[in-house]
Ligand binder design. Structure first.
Ligand code: SF4
Length: 692
């Protein structure tokens, strides 16, 4: 008899490749790629090995409670009762804001939604934010400024296949989402793939033009390319006149950024800036795409707006076959920011400061508007307030491993250790869960149902393929179990995903990200539903902005931006700039992929990429151990000589734990608008480990 096949999606990145699962207890689960538009039958190593964690020996299978300093197994009732008792006591003694909630961009839409509601209604706290703040918040803020609305790619991924030119700024999809590259074949074949990155990454190696600016100088580079396009008469003047506003204000700044001047700031040759302008302007169809390399700066919003400005000057956004877009990172990086787990937002991508939005959502939740808390602080600020007067005394973490992924992570670990009470819901005992007072073991992707919204704003249904271990529960059940013990009526916090989704649809109705016309039935039928979908008969909106942008007057905005550079500069004590990022075989904090032998054996330890000239001057041979120091911490990393990295830059992957955390070094300077930390540049020194 043929085995049943479950069509679902990968548990990892924002591409959300389609896959088929077969097997299950007692047979092993097998994965095969599915011919879904974003991956067209491809998977990367992470997708191929994704079933390995389902029956991993690292898997948590019982709730854990800390007793006399160690974690012991407990029953679900004991763990849930303890959490409710402690939270009630802390709230009574220190107020509602003494309890904080931290979510994740990998959580399904249903979990994101219920977590936001749980914080605002069951706990009454303003203190909720999530790790997407560390991921895409700068692009979201920049796109909202420019277009009045943020959706990662405002067009289907498959549109990219028709592009003659694509400029990738701070994106390395050859390692982060390899099947995505198949959509760039035409651009590569046309000689129009341009990659902006201080490293010659696997993606840059496939480019016709690799621009390697000093970290933190992208704003100047984008202004230089725009200047070159204007000077050579290559902008789309009729588009600028008809569909945009604010070009004159931008040009008053950009006029000062002629390519030779920009070369002195960025290190990118003036001729290369002009070549980029020519390639992009000459293409019939062209895209500018940005990712974390542009966003994770204390000037991340300005940096993304600088690249959007270039796209607008070339007349790209809002046209079929051209545009600007952001490659989101986490599996639900897009949906995770739309349903209320972000400090400043309510479901439907509504602002928590908007009185009409508050009224609408409060009505759906069955509470009075005035009981909804105000806007809370951003992720790093929330964590950094722990242990301070009036700061959080309890923290509940879902879908995030902040002990590894937060910047200046020694500070965050210190902060977590001062909490009165730390609760996590996890698949394995992550570094954050290892610090917790209570750990709930939760289900994984293939063991549960739920929706995600991929990088193109398409809502997808991840389907349950196998039963979970009998002793684990879903995150939704954990939230519901605590809420009921805090006195909430059971129907206010349902634990069934489809029931939660039905309520999410009502809460999102009329918002920017309107899901009200989406149903599990439509998704099961395979309909391609890109939000907004405002009614059950609506076909979805694969392309935004074709007629008008979402601003008051329908015109996109040029945002005047000026180069200021990174928060921290190289100096005599810290003469190099470190940047961090992902590698092919790991994902985010590595909590999942470090537990998959086939992936971890390929990249088992932190390393530091150094240019051979720089390494030589420091007395470091390829394979040596180096001590890498910043103003906040240090680590020991294996040296890799890499000739394709700038001589003034070193690179470290951020997937490793304990003393190997790259975030021991990183700078928590925050973007003033998005509150994004500056993960992508900090000043460091390197030396042989034995000498220091
Ligand atoms: Fe999974 Fe992303 Fe790899 Fe696709 S590219 S298989 S979604 S990790």
């Amino acid at each position: 008899m043929p085995r049943s096949i479950t069509a679902t999606h990968c548990p990892y990145c924002a591409l959300q490749c389609g896959m088929n699962l077969t097997g299950g207890t007692p047979e092993p689960v097998e994965v095969r790629p599915r011919d879904f538009p974003v991956n067209a039958g491809g998977l990367c190593q992470k997708g191929w090995t994704s079933p390995a964690l389902l029956d991993s020996p690292s898997r948590l299978t019982a709730p854990l409670i800390r007793e006399a300093g160690t974690l012991r197994e407990a029953s679900w009732d004991e763990a849930l009762d303890l959490v409710a008792t402690r939270l009630r006591a802390l709230r009574a003694e220190h107020g509602a804001d003494s309890v904080a909630v931290f979510g994740g961009g990998g959580l399904t839409n249903e979990k994101s939604y219920l977590l936001g509601k749980f914080a605002r209604v069951a706990l009454g706290t303003s203190r909720i934010d999530y790790n997407g703040r560390f991921c895409m918040s700068s692009a979201a803020a920049a796109a909202t400024k420019a277009f009045g609305l943020d959706r990662g790619l405002p067009f289907p991924v498959t549109d990219l296949a028709g592009a003659d030119a694509v400029l990738l700024a701070g994106a390395n999809p050859a390692e982060t989402m390899p099947p995505f590259l198949r959509h760039l074949r035409k651009a590569r074949a046309s000689g129009g793939l341009i990659v902006v990155d201080p490293r010659r990454t696997a993606t840059a190696q496939q480019a016709s033009l690799h621009l390697a600016p000093a970290p933190g100088t992208d704003v100047a580079l984008a202004l230089g390319i725009l200047h070159a396009a204007v000077a050579e008469g290559r902008t789309d003047e009729s588009y600028v006149a008809e569909r945009t506003a604010g070009f004159d204000g931008l040009w008053r700044i950009a006029a000062r950024y002629w390519p030779e001047h920009v070369e002195r700031i960025t290190g990118v040759a003036a001729a290369e800036q002009r070549e980029a302008a020519t390639l992009m302007a000459a293409a019939e169809n062209a895209y500018v795409l940005t990712a974390r390399g542009a966003e994770q700066h204390a000037t991340g919003v300005d940096t993304v707006n600088a690249w959007i400005n270039l796209a607008l000057a070339l007349g790209l956004p809002g046209k079929i076959g051209s545009g600007w877009g952001c490659l989101t990172g986490q599996g639900n990086g897009q949906g995770g920011r739309e349903h209320g787990q972000k400090a400043d937002q309510l479901p439907g991508y509504r602002s928590i400061t908007d009185p009409a939005a508050r009224e609408h959502v409060a009505k759906v939740w069955g509470v009075a508007e005035h009981t909804l808390p105000r806007q809370g602080s951003s992720a790093y600020e929330l964590l950094d307030a722990i242990g301070t007067e009036g700061g959080p005394r309890a923290l509940l973490v879902f879908g995030s491993n902040i002990a590894v992924s937060a910047p200046h992570s020694s500070n965050i670990a210190d902060r977590l250790s001062t909490l009165d009470f730390l609760v996590t819901a996890d698949i394995v005992l992550s570094e954050t869960s290892a610090l917790a007072d209570v750990v709930f073991p939760v289900t994984q992707w293939a063991e549960e149902e739920g929706t995600l919204t991929n990088l193109e704003g398409r809502v997808l249904l991840r389907r349950k393929a196998i039963d979970p271990p009998a002793t684990v529960r879903t995150d939704l059940a954990v939230i519901a179990g605590i809420a009921r013990r805090l006195g909430q009526p059971p129907d206010r916090f349902p634990a069934e995903a489809e029931t939660v989704f039905t309520e999410l649809r009502a809460a999102s109705k009329g918002g920017a990200a309107d899901y009200s016309g989406i149903s599990y039935d439509r998704l099961l039928r395979g309909e391609a539903l890109h939000w907004p979908v405002p009614s059950a008969a609506h076909p979805g909106t694969p392309r935004l902005f074709l007629d008008t942008f979402a601003t008051a007057d329908g015109r996109a905005r040029f945002v005047p931006v000026e180069h200021t550079g990174p928060s921290e500069r190289a100096d005599a004590e810290f003469p190099l700039l470190a940047t961090t990022g992902r590698v092919l075989n790991h994902y985010q904090s590595g909590a999942q992929t470090r537990n998959i032998a086939a992936l971890n054996t390929v990249e088992p330890e932190v390393y530091v990429e150094v240019h051979p000239d720089t390494a030589d001057r420091a007395g470091l041979r390829h394979g040596d151990l180096a001590r890498v120091r910043s103003r906040r911490g240090e680590l020991i990393a294996r040296v890799r000589w890499v000739s394709g990295i700038r001589a003034d830059v070193v690179f470290l992957p951020f997937h490793y734990a304990g003393a190997q955390r790259a975030n021991l070094l990183t700078n928590p300077a925050l973007d003033p608008k998005s509150r994004m930390p500056e993960f992508k540049v900090c000043a460091v020194a390197i030396a042989p480990a034995k000498d220091t």
